[in-house]
Design a protein around this ligand. Sequence first.
Ligand code: F6R
Length: 635
Amino acid sequence: MCGIVSYVGEEPKATRLLLQGLKSLEYRGYDSSGIALLNDTLSVYKNKGKILDLEKSLSTLSDEEREKLDQSICGIGHTRWATHGEPSDINAHPHMDSDGTIAVVHNGIIRNYIKLKKELIYKGYTFKSDTDTEVIANLFSYIRKDLIAKGEYEDFLAMRLLSSRLEGSYALAILLNESVNPNSTQPAKRILLAKHESPLVIGVGQLENFAASDSDTVLQFTDGIIRLADCEFAVISKNTIDIQDFEGNVIKPVIEVLKKNDSLMDKKGYKHFLLKEINEQPTVLSKMLSLIEDSTYENFKLINFNINFAEIEKIYCIACGSAYHSAQALKYILGSWCSLPVDVIVASEFNFQHKLIGERDLVIGVSQSGETADTILALQKAKSAGARLLAITNRPASAINNLCGANTYITPADLEISVASTKAYTSQLMAHYLLALQIATARKAISREFFTDILHNLKTLPVLLDQMLNRANHYKAAAVNFAGYRDFIFLSRGINHTTAMEGALKLKELSYAHASAYPSGELKHGPIAILDENVPVISIAIPSIYPDEQIIYEKIIHNALEAKTRKSPSILLTTDSNQDHVEEFDLVMRIPDIDQLFSPILATIPLQFLAYFIAENLGKDVDQPRNLAKSVTVE
Ligand code: F6R
């Protein structure tokens, strides 16, 4: 989603740093970008399309304009993911007020923008774009002029008045042209910041300061970070950082010194970040296993959650997208190991469920980014209903981590740059196995022998996964066969329904083909109607030593063969040594031998490759698929 970057210093490097910062925000997903620079006047440059397009248009500017770019010591930048108004040059940020004295970049949504817009039009303000952000620029302009006329202008007072009128979420960076306020005693080159339910951090440098939507962007420039809390404003100049909360209380800045992670933006020789991230999965999983706090049967602890798992009566998992798919595995695992009921609910649908929740329930939020608005809102509702909260996230110091505090497990997958999730998803799956093991042992629900068997199986996963990466060409060959199809069906049952859903989502996201996943028993209840030679069916069927799960396997095969009789090209995803019915499928993709119960992590890998190679074959933008955002910070 939208990304913000800001710079104020004394060296003329604003343009270069803003463009560099915007590039590191590309992973969030965007459709246009722009910068505003403050010299004697304010100048805005913005474009629909990629940052490369913005750079191209900057390179065609007149000498006079280029001079401004080269001399700038203060500016703000933005990557936009359209919410109000289509992706276009005009709707791209930064937005200025009608008089051109204020430039604003914004991440979030202003719910009451239509009402404010009408009010401002009545007061004589004009609008060029369809965005809610232009309303902020004009509203701030109105408040500022009014305060200046009364001789009362002060940055924090103006921002308090602004935020008292805004309903919704916003991270803001604002540049002011001081010529309209000649009596100002403030440093002319300064940036006003506001944070309300959207991420924003400040970077502290030597005679220069920064702000951005994420700490990794700022860490390219400096290692000192101030995390603005929700409902805080800041004013930064090259050598000052002042912070106040929305009530006007002065906040003492707390500077954290973080390690720069220079390697995050490096593809390390891979053609795409997605491919790099697929290949990082064995390392991430090994790291997770090595970080288990206590791996004894008596006291198994992934981390020391402050929750008595023996008392829990019901678990609700709330998440979106891939994180939601991963949580389906937790439901299955806990159901099978502890007979503990688990409901997995799409976070945006949780509104309708939270009244059912009570004090003996545990609500688990799963989110790679830790910033997904729907998941945050659902967790807040669960908290006010009295439930205990637990979070699984990939991002320390995210909003979800703040909400769940010590009961947060941070998956050590590091930043995912590719918009489609791969390593964060498989790390969530591993987290679910380990959390389920902690819950099952706390509830004394599994025997020591079964516990040992589970840990043994989990420990083999990184090794097997590493071996699988060498099979990329095998999966590529499969992908080439199927690149021309526009509709796909993914079938499985039991724990691998998770895998079917994730496989279908990866294919949709990367290749833009339509793909649906069904529990295979559902096929004959409707979806079978669409099957013909143009609709490949990918069936995930992994045998098991456990009788209940072996029946699941047999039923999947049975349903897959039903699909085949409708002429659908048939792909079977199964284990290396399984020979049962394989000759009846058009194509067989294999994973190393593993029991069904532990197979979702491995079974996901061929489907990640399949989606990747199909998208590559079709020439799609693998790392930044159209319309998608990495962290979805609006409801
Ligand atoms: C899929 C994908 C999305 C996210 C979803 C939730 O590849 O990345 O479906 O899983 O937007 O995001 P988080 O996990 O950040 O809450």
